[in-house]
Write a protein that binds this ligand. Sequence first.
Ligand SMILES: [Zn+2]
Ligand SMILES: [Zn+2]
Length: 398
Amino acid sequence: MSGAGDVKPRVVHTVDRLADELERLSHQLHDHPELAYKEAQAHAWLTDFLAKHGATVERGVGGLPTAFRATIPGTGSGPTIAIMAEYDALPGIGHACGHNVIATAGVGAGAALAAALGTLPFAGRVQVIGTPAEEGGAGKVKLLEAGVFEGVDAAMMIHGRCGTQVWRPTLGIVKVKAEFFGQAAHASSWPWRGVNALNAVISLFNALDAMRQQIHPDARMHGVITKGGEQANIIPEYTSAEFYLRATTVPYCHELLRRFTGAAEGAAAATGCRVQVTADPTIHEPMRANATLAGVFRANLDYIDFPEDPDDGQAGYGSTDCGNVSQRLPTIHPYIRISPDGVPGHSREFAQWARSPLARAGMVAGAKALALTALDLLAAPETLARARQDFARGGSAA
Ligand SMILES: [Zn+2]
Ligand SMILES: [Zn+2]
């Protein structure tokens, strides 16, 4: 079997040919941000695009109406390489995580393979898997549980960032809700008859701020008050707050949850409230590195002359439900530059960059590198075998 080198120029050329259409699609997504599991328009636009360029599309896979799978077949039975696409936005700040770029890079890779080659000249197949609800919904965990990744040998996606880095760690997350139950009373004439649930939630935040000094520096605890009371003349009888507890390992996430629960019980005791702590059973796992897959992706970035940037060390780490995929099968989640240095994700500034010429360049490079990496893996079963060995060894970043 020949290598992928013979067909790479055609695939690269096809991504370039589709680039205007892909950029329009990216802007369309950006202009119509949809939240987790409500990505109906994105789902329709992306699947129509894939079908139009020759991929075989299944809509609503894994029991999720806004998930999809598009297949580009090879010459017969063989490995399955998945390219993941995300397309959900953030509440209030739109596409401030640039998932419009992830989506169009992913479907761009699949569409270019289908349009350039029809049938891939290798055994196996490439699938573009549309994964809803990365922001807060853990859509990939639902798709894993529904068996959508069964039979997938390797998975990859790109994510926009203020620099191109093939490997960066991500943190695990335990999500937890604290609810405090007090007693309402007139805040002026009978305050001593009230039990103040707002004081309890404020005490919890203060306890966590004090605790921060005694946790690992790369762990994170952050939250918002989702219910703080009704009106200033009523002692708040019910308050609630939601938190993410993040760390580099799942056991340390659980340690944070144990200490969080103690802090919440302390806040309740101090204010005379009752507390209920509810941890989300869905845990985000940290990314397991895969040096072989990362190496192939890096070589393809070189091939298309889109160089990796040194990590300037200015930012901490985020999290992704792609981590859960990476703990089941060989997976990479490279970052591609779509903004200048130093622009934080989840900011209004990053949302603007996600619709910029830099985002177009990153999307085009991402589509090319994803498609070429998938071809390399199908062309060389020994590379895929090495990726499996990396996975079995627990992954290392080198
Ligand atoms: Zn995000
Ligand atoms: Zn994101």
